[in-house]
Write a protein that binds this ligand. Structure first.
Ligand SMILES: Nc1ncnc2c1ncn2[C@@H]1O[C@H](COP(=O)(O)OP(=O)(O)OP(=O)(O)O)[C@@H](O)[C@H]1O
Ligand SMILES: [Mg+2]
Length: 210
């Protein structure tokens, strides 16, 4: 079983977007996938409910008020994706971090968002397994507009941080539309969607290695 925690204290950075798309990717890859929703907003639970009839359904588990979330995991779960709530630092997420095989942190490419994420990353660096490099942390630049100076400067700034930038996902309305349908980028095959799927390749490779 592989467990991926998607987390950042910064609101609206793309945690649920990353968590739901990752969960769909694993399910479409034939893995029994659980989406642990740690956010009382329940965005990813509603998303999973919308795809409940699909062959690549994922099982949602509400962990927003339960520390004993692992008791709800089916024995045959192969992939677990955890969608963390905004406002949580590493200490608040300890009961997820201790079971994680990798932590993915989405960051929007703006000075304000980057500054707001520093505190969260500092809190992660105090986690013993992170500090000893036993638990990898990867940054995902989300809603990137690669043709703009702002996005380019943000990526350059993030590359100086002690955690690798493992993907840059471009800004596209597709994520907004698909979230509302209980779908993911990986449910489609059109040329335009495939182009955006390619943004995920380095992240998926990094997760495979983790
Ligand atoms: N790459 C993207 N391109 C365009 N829109 C995006 C992208 N990623 C996320 N969004 C949109 O941005 C909004 C915030 O994303 P999301 O809900 O995933 O963030 P979050 O970190 O889970 O927020 P919260 O902290 O409230 O839980 C959503 O409307 C989502 O559809
Ligand atoms: Mg969310």
């Amino acid at each position: 079983m592989k467990t991926i925690l998607v987390a950042s204290s910064k609101g609206g950075a793309g945690k649920s977007t990353l968590a739901t798309n990752l969960a769909a990717y694993f399910a479409l890859d034939g893995k029994r996938t659980v989406l642990v929703d740690a956010d009382p907003q329940h965005s990813s639970t509603r998303w999973a409910e919308r795809r409940a009839e699909m062959e690549s359904a994922v099982l949602p588990i509400d962990a927003s008020s339960k520390r004993a979330w692992r008791a709800w995991l089916p024995d045959d779960a192969e992939r677990v994706v955890i969608d963390a709530p905004a406002g949580s630092m590493a200490d608040d997420l300890q009961h997820f971090i201790e079971h994680a095989d990798a932590i993915v942190v989405p960051v929007l490419p703006s000075a304000m968002d980057i500054e707001a994420t520093v505190g969260f990353l500092n809190s992660l660096s105090k986690v013993s397994r992170v500090h000893k490099r036993q638990l990898p942390v990867g940054l995902v630049v989300n809603r990137s507009k690669p043709w703009t100076n702002t996005s380019q400067q943000a990526v350059e700034m993030l590359k100086t941080w002690p955690y690798p930038v493992v993907a840059q996902l471009r800004d596209t309305q597709a994520y907004v539309v698909l979230a509302g349908l209980g779908r993911s980028l990986f449910d489609y095959r059109s040329a335009q969607v495939r182009d955006h799927q390619a943004d995920w390749d380095p992240l998926l490779k990094w997760i495979k290695k983790a």
